[in-house]
Design a protein around this ligand. Structure first.
Ligand code: PRP
Ligand code: MN
Ligand code: MG
Length: 193
């Protein structure tokens, strides 16, 4: 089959839900940054869709990209974060807004905040489509939240599983059989329908 939608167990946030959240957050940012020109820092690759949708509602703003990679595997207590692609601009004395698709353990966010503080940012705020508070390992606060998301394997609208599903227009829960081939849906197998 060639339809990504078939890999989704359940839609959590529809395209319309997300459009509404982007508008709400974007308009709030426009208001909060009135008279200033913040630098939006979009975190590759997951945050790209959210970034462009939110920034449409803002006024004067620059946009830059950063790529950090977190390693969730291995020893759980020592999750590491790598700087893969650095910013191409000096953010000293600038108001920065970090745009994320999801904050989970908080490690990626903490790493970027530390980096931006070290480089002398005037202020740092965070706008994330999803805030998975139950996943938090390090204390990292999200200032502008699209949705508080429960602990589940979510993909779509930027969020990937093995680099796929980012282009789905909604956020949904991935079917277990997609990432766990051993898993068979018992209901489907035994059903007479
Ligand atoms: C994901 C997500 C966040 C980060 C959140 O990115 O987009 O950036 O992990 O996880 P954390 O709070 O536990 O650090 P990932 O490193 O998978 O890269 P991607 O955006 O390119 O998918
Ligand atoms: Mn990411
Ligand atoms: Mg990822």
């Amino acid at each position: 089959q060639d339809d990504m939608n078939n890999d989704i167990e359940r839609v959590l946030y529809s395209q319309e839900d997300i459009a509404q959240a982007a508008k709400r957050v974007g308009q709030q940012l426009a208001q909060d940054y009135a008279g200033r020109t913040p630098v939006i820092i979009s975190v590759l690759k997951g945050a790209v869709l959210w970034t462009v949708d939110v920034m449409r509602y803002m006024q004067y703003a620059e946009v830059e990209f950063i790529d950090v990679s977190s390693y969730h595997g291995g020893v759980a207590s020592s999750g590491m974060v790598d700087l893969v692609v650095d910013l191409q601009t000096d953010i000293k004395d600038r108001d920065v807004i970090i745009m994320e698709d999801i904050v989970d353990t908080g490690r990626s966010l903490q790493f970027m905040k530390d980096l931006l503080v070290k480089r002398g940012a005037a202020s740092i705020k965070v706008a994330s489509l999803l805030d998975k508070k139950d996943g938090r390992v390090v204390d990292a606060k999200v200032d502008y939240i699209g949705f508080d998301v429960p602990k589940a394997f979510v993909v779509g609208y930027g969020l990937d599983y093995k680099q796929l599903y980012r282009n789905l227009p909604y956020v949904g829960i991935l079917k277990q059989e997609v990432y766990d081939p051993e898993h068979v849906n018992v209901v489907d197998v035994t059903s007479e329908h």
